[in-house]
Design a protein around this ligand. Structure first.
Ligand code: IMP
Ligand code: MG
Length: 422
């Protein structure tokens, strides 16, 4: 299968966790390259549900090596908890996890600042996960961040953290928030350091050695194209490059070593957090929430829902170079009479066949729809493409064609076996 980048083609939560789990079967190494524990990847194995935040979903399969790359921001306390949580479920994390020594750290002041900035923004808030992701990447770009390599050097860490806490306490006080205790943070982080130390290494060197030994690498994207810091609906985005290029910068594997890009998208659209969502629709939201679907894996928030948006996914196919598509949650549409797909946007007399960059303009976009007949039958037992009802096949081929990429995988439920390969 060679080296594969997997990205979300919408606003995150496309069902990447499950598709990664399926593709991991053919991979040797699985790498996270951006984001932090803002991500929530849900994977079902049998009846057991696993929710992963920082650790690549590949951890659930034996014999795979998982890497947290240099482009990720790591909250060490939450990572230790995630490792312990997996252990309680019988998943061993020992030689199968490597963490980049140059990945940046997330601290309590990042989380606190994330929250305070959101409060200050009021109705213009981003709707972040409050995990401190934006402020941590902010420090990285401002060259004042601390990395895992610093955490493992006790003297350097103590001195740098002291300065960071001092500076950030001034900012927190200005916000009217409680200052942090250096002692407490230091102690908690040093404890986490001793637990994480065995995993921390030069992952760039590791990945290149793996490639020399012809290992196949899967780059596991988090969030989605329209949450990308450059290509998303700024400022309603996350703080990393969620698009395909982020897999290179976030791992140290160069572009010419990437062999294919798989884009994951839902058969409809969802978004959690604020910002424009042109096809948002309360009927489909009520339908999906009524089925108990579409609640966030990280924050539990009800996701906003809408019809499939081909203007958006076409844009995603373009910026990511999507070769193959995986369409998930097809079963969510099983009961509908008519299924709509947005093919362009309209503002007054003007028609857009691309996503305008001005979020205020995007917020005014009215979707132009084409209608597909529904199949009004359960698809969840389908195991092969030909098991799907004719209208479902037409819809899936239709949205793939509108997106401009080849349909390769269809998912009709959370289980591994509810996956159809074309
Ligand atoms: P942040 O990444 O916590 O700063 O949040 C910024 C925006 O990205 C918010 O709208 C979040 O809801 C959204 N977001 C962050 N991570 C995810 C994810 O894994 N899935 C879906 N939305 C996400
Ligand atoms: Mg998610």
């Amino acid at each position: 299968m060679a080296n594969t980048i997997l990205v979300g083609a919408q606003w995150g939560d496309e069902g990447k966790g499950k598709i990664i789990d399926v593709l991991t079967e053919q991979a040797d190494v699985v790498v996270r390259t951006q984001g932090g524990n803002n991500a929530g990847h849900t994977v079902f194995i049998g009846k057991q549900k696993y929710v992963l935040h920082l650790i690549p979903s590949g951890i659930l399969r034996r014999g795979k090596v998982c890497v947290i790359g240099n482009g990720v921001v790591v909250d060490p306390i939450s990572l230790v908890e995630e490792i312990q949580g997996l252990a309680r479920l019988g998943i061993k994390v020992d030689g199968n996890l490597l963490i980049s020594e140059t990945a940046h750290l997330v601290f309590p002041y990042h989380r606190e600042l994330d929250e305070q900035r959101e409060i200050l923004k009021g109705k213009n808030k981003i709707g972040t996960t409050k995990r401190g992701i934006g402020p941590a990447y902010g420090d990285k770009a401002a060259r004042v961040g601390l990395r895992l390599i610093d955490l493992l050097n006790p003297a350097r860490f103590a001195e740098n953290l002291q300065n960071k806490i001092q500076e950030n306490n001034e900012v927190l006080k200005a916000f009217g928030a409680k200052p942090l205790s250096f002692k407490k943070v230091h102690q908690a982080y040093r404890t986490a350091a001793s637990q994480l130390k065995p995993f921390v290494t030069n992952t760039v060197v590791y990945l290149h050695k793996a490639m020399q030994r012809e290992k196949d690498i899967l780059f596991e994207g988090a969030q989605g194209t329209f949450l990308d810091i450059d290509h998303g609906t700024y400022p309603f985005v996350t703080s990393s490059n969620t698009t395909a290029g982020g897999a290179c910068t976030g791992s140290g594997v160069p572009p010419h070593r990437m062999d294919r890009v798989v884009g994951v998208m839902k058969a409809y659209t969802t978004r959690v957090g604020e910002g424009p969502l042109p096809t948002e629709n309360s009927e489909i939201a009520d339908l999906l929430h009524g089925m108990g679907r579409e609640f966030g894996a990280t924050t539990g928030r009800a996701r906003r829902c809408g019809w499939f948006d081909a203007v958006a996914t076409r844009h995603a196919a373009m910026v990511n170079g999507i070769d193959e598509l995986a369409v998930t949650n097809v079963d969510g549409l099983d009961t509908l009479e008519v299924i709509r797909a947005c093919v362009s946007y309209r503002v007054g007399q003007k028609i857009f066949d691309y996503v305008p960059n001005d979020v205020e303009l995007l917020a005014r976009c009215e979707p132009v729809y084409v209608d597909f007949p529904g199949w009004k039958r359960s698809t969840s037992k389908a195991r092969r493409w030909k098991d799907l009802p004719g209208p479902a096949r037409s819809y899936l081929l239709g949205i793939a064609e509108l997106t401009g990429a080849r349909l390769k995988i269809v998912s009709v439920g959370p289980a591994r076996e509810q996956t159809l390969q074309l």
